[in-house]
Design a protein around this ligand. Structure first.
Ligand code: SF4
Length: 188
């Protein structure tokens, strides 16, 4: 039976990993090792727990009142085949799919010969948040991403045109008023 290595079981009810209410697949394993990564415990490719894909699918099927799933980690692209299976299943259930990765869209396209599941996964993804986390470009005022260099990409349009198409509504950096410059406010 096909397996996926996850840091934790499927997380439900997230409001910070893409729009709406989302379930997050926290994949285990990341080779990017970005300085300042806040998820370093997910780097180890032998860490976390192996789950049957079918078990995770059942967890996705059981979701109520969720808008979509988000593949995160770790880096889901290191488990492209397993993530493809989950993304395809989510789409069949009419859930939208976001995917976070340390790779750029262009890097992923150049890797598609090496691993055909990279393209197959991208074909199931609605939005890709791509690029390494760059500590020098970190900002807490960004929506759904950690550093300014990361790009939030419309994947179907990008695949159609063969180049990254950004979703500009997520491009803006929030200009805080004094009132909201307090730790108790969460920008979502
Ligand atoms: S790609 Fe993400 S999980 Fe991997 S090291 Fe960079 S910030 Fe951390």
């Amino acid at each position: 039976m096909q397996k996926i290595r996850l840091a934790i079981p499927l997380q439900t009810d997230s409001i910070v990993d893409g729009p709406g209410i989302r379930a997050v697949v926290w994949t285990q394993g990341c080779g990017h090792h970005c300085k300042g990564c806040h998820n370093q415990e997910t780097w180890d490719f032998h860490g976390g727990t192996l789950y049957d894909i079918e078990t995770v699918k059942q967890d996705i099927k059981a979701l109520e009142n969720h808008d979509g799933i988000t593949l995160s980690g770790g880096d889901p692209l290191f488990q492209a085949q397993a993530c493809y299976e989950l993304a395809k299943y989510a789409k069949e259930l009419e859930l939208n799919v976001w995917c976070y990765t340390g790779f750029t869209f262009e890097q992923l396209l150049s890797m598609k010969e090496k691993d055909p599941y990279i393209l197959k996964l991208l074909e199931q993804v609605d939005v890709l948040v791509g690029g390494r986390f760059e500590l020098s470009q970190k900002s807490l005022n960004l929506k759904f991403k950690g550093s300014r260099n990361q790009r939030i990409i419309d994947v179907p349009k990008s695949l159609e045109l063969g180049q990254a198409v950004l979703i500009h509504k997520y491009d803006q950096e929030k200009a805080w008023t004094q009132k909201y410059q307090k730790p108790e406010f969460l920008y979502i």
